[in-house]
Design a protein around this ligand. Structure first.
Ligand code: URA
Length: 269
C-alpha cells in the first residue's frame, strides 16, 4: 500500500509551531516522519527496536577517549589538530544535529589561549567559535584590553550541543585530549577560561564560577611539562543578560593583560 502523499501545508504549519515553541535542533541522524501511523502489527516491532538502541556504555566511552587521545597526540600542528577533530567520531554531540566541527579562530602563534563552553547556532553555521552575539562582545572586550590579536580561541567541545544546552562532563571529557593538545601546541603564556562549564572542565573543579572568577589558577598537563596560569572569568553570554557584571570581567582582563605584559606566565616547555 502506497503511503498517503505528505500534506505540505500541515507540515509547514507544524514546523512553524515547533519553531515558535523554541524547537530548533535535530537529535537524530535521520529524519523521522511523525505523520506516519504504524499499523498495529508493526507498532510492537518499532517499540522493540527502539528499546535496543545502543546506550553509551563505559567501554564505548573508554574507546572513544583512547581514540581521541591517539588522534590528538598524532597532530603536530594546530592545523593538523583541526583535521583530527573533524575526523573524530567519538563525541556524541556529533550526531545530535551539529552541522560541522568548530575548532578555533584567532592567532595560532598568540600567547593567549581563550577557552569557551561550546559552539552555538552561529558558530555551527559558520564553523568558527565565538562569532555570534556573545563572540562579538568577547571581541570588543579583548580589543579594548589590547588582547584580541594575541588570542587563539577555542571551546571545550567542538560540536554544537542541541538547543545550546551546556555540554555534559562526559562530552567535555571525550574532547579534552584535543583541548589539551591545543594547549601543548600553542604553549600560551596565559589561558582565559570563559564561564563555569569551561572553568570546571579545564581545572577539574566543582567550585562555582562566582568564587573562581578573577582567581589565578595553575593549569598543568599530566604529561609533557606543559603549564600556564589560567584565569576563570564570566562568560560573555552571561554578560549579555547581566551587563552590570561587565566590570568584573573588565577587571579580570586587565589582570590578564598585566600578567601577559609582565611576561611572567610561561612555565612549561
Ligand atoms: N559560547 C561559547 O562558549 N562558545 C562559542 O563558540 C560561542 C558561544
Amino acid at each position: 500500500m502506497n503511503p498517503a502523499p505528505p500534506d505540505i501545508a500541515a507540515t509547514e504549519s507544524l514546523l512553524a509551531f515547533w519553531r515558535d515553541a523554541g524547537v530548533e535542533a535535530c537529535f537524530g541522524d535521520a529524519p523521522v516522519d511523525r505523520t506516519w501511523v504504524a499499523p498495529p502489527a508493526l507498532k510492537a516491532v518499532t517499540k522493540a527496536t527502539a528499546s535496543v538502541a545502543a546506550p553509551i556504555t563505559p567501554a564505548l566511552a573508554a574507546d572513544a577517549l583512547s581514540e581521541a587521545r591517539r588522534l590528538a597526540a598524532s597532530a603536530d600542528t594546530l592545523d593538523a589538530l583541526g583535521q583530527a577533530i573533524a575526523a573524530f567520531e567519538g563525541c556524541g554531540l556529533r550526531s545530535m544535529g551539529a552541522r560541522q566541527a568548530v575548532f578555533c579562530r584567532g592567532n595560532s602563534e598568540g600567547d593567549l589561549l581563550v577557552i569557551g563552553e561550546g559552539p552555538g547556532a552561529e558558530e555551527d553555521a559558520r564553523g568558527e567559535p565565538f562569532v555570534g552575539k556573545a563572540g562579538q562582545l568577547l571581541d570588543r572586550m579583548l580589543t579594548a584590553a589590547g588582547l584580541l590579536d594575541r588570542a587563539f580561541i577555542t571551546n571545550t567541545v567542538f560540536w554544537r550541543p542541541p538547543g545550546n544546552r551546556t555540554p555534559t562532563p562526559e562530552e567535555q571529557a571525550v574532547c579534552a585530549p584535543f583541548v589539551e593538545r591545543a594547549f601543548a601546541l600553542l604553549q600560551p603564556k596565559a589561558v582565559l577560561l570563559l564561564g563555569a562549564a569551561a572553568s570546571k572542565s579545564v581545572l577539574r573543579t566543582d567550585v562555582g564560577i562566582m568564587k573562581l572568577r578573577g582567581q589565578w589558577q595553575d593549569w598543568r598537563l599530566a604529561e609533557g611539562d606543559v603549564s600556564a596560569p589560567a584565569l576563570p572569568t564570566l562568560h560573555p553570554a552571561f554578560l549579555l543578560r547581566q551587563p552590570q557584571a561587565k566590570r568584573q570581567v573588565w577587571a579580570d582582563l586587565l589582570s590578564l593583560a598585566e600578567r601577559l605584559d609582565a611576561g611572567e606566565g610561561k612555565t612549561g616547555g
